[in-house]
Design a protein around this ligand. Structure first.
Ligand code: MF3
Ligand code: CO
Ligand code: CO
Length: 253
């Protein structure tokens, strides 16, 4: 399937889906605490999406994924499955929420600090946040995907961290994952040229140690091969005539 260009009506629906996804993260933040299980966070998000937002948690049953959100702790890179294990002091947690409303998807994730994480743990959260926003700031018609990847890679590596290669951002719209793949590494001036009306995510996964990952036998959980900490932030973006709109911006800040 080719890259889809959203018309004004479709962009409006993407705006709604994006706002709902952000509101789930705004809601769940205060519930992240030592002693809380990721299953409890999953249940709260599920109920909020279904009952309050009258929307659909897109991960549930997506290619067999068993839960409504992804929760990735410490050396888990992405696609962590909520479970009954409790959060402990010093954990760093990514919560990734994807909501479908009126046929369109919004996809966003943030890092949450549990108690008092180490300086290194906080640093990888901060640098991955900066990587996302340095990538976003480049977005406008005429730039290429490689420009975004290059900027993200440069910022991560200058800070001594590595960029995960095996997972990437993606087009999004009527489908959860659409073309194109949005790599978080690469060379300037290469890759697809960005056009107004495209909607895609940027979601860099940044490791404290080496870039290599392993897939656990559950078929979903991705961890760093060297068990080093990993952090990720994600937004869904709309390319406008002269720049971008962040569709999953927090209303809380
Ligand atoms: N939300 C993830 C992403 O950013 C995808 C999760 S797929 C799932 O693309 F099945 F694990 F939910
Ligand atoms: Co995504
Ligand atoms: Co996501």
């Amino acid at each position: 399937m080719p890259v889809t260009i959203k018309n004004a009506a479709e962009a409006a629906k993407m705006r709604v889906a994006g706002r709902l996804a952000a509101e789930v993260l705004d809601m769940i933040g205060e519930h992240v605490a030592v002693g809380v299980s990721t299953d409890e966070l999953n249940q709260r998000c599920h109920d909020f999406i279904v009952s309050r937002q009258q929307a659909v948690p897109a991960p549930l049953h997506y290619r067999g994924f068993p839960k409504s959100i992804c929760t990735s702790i410490n050396h888990v890179v992405c696609h962590g499955i909520p479970a009954d294990k409790k959060l402990k002091n010093g954990d760093i947690l990514n919560i990734d929420v994807t909501v479908r409303k009126d046929e369109f998807h919004g996809d966003t994730s943030r890092m949450f600090l549990v108690g008092d994480p180490s300086i290194r743990a906080r640093r990888v959260c901060q640098i991955s946040y900066e990587c996302l926003h340095k990538g976003i700031e480049l977005v406008k018609p005429g730039i290429r995907l490689g420009d975004i990847g290059h900027t993200i890679q440069q910022h991560a590596e200058r800070n001594g961290f590595s960029v995960v290669r095996g997972y990437c951002g993606h087009g999004i719209g009527r489908a959860f994952h659409e073309e194109p793949n949005v790599l978080h590494y690469g060379a300037p001036g290469t890759g697809l040229e960005i056009q107004a009306g495209m909607t895609f995510t940027i979601e860099p996964m940044i490791n404290v140690g080496k870039k290599e990952t392993l897939l656990l036998p559950d078929g979903w959980t991705v961890i760093t091969k060297d068990r080093s900490l990993s952090a990720q932030w994600e937004h869904t973006l709309l390319v406008t005539d002269n720049g971008y709109e962040i569709l999953t911006e927090s209303g809380a800040a």
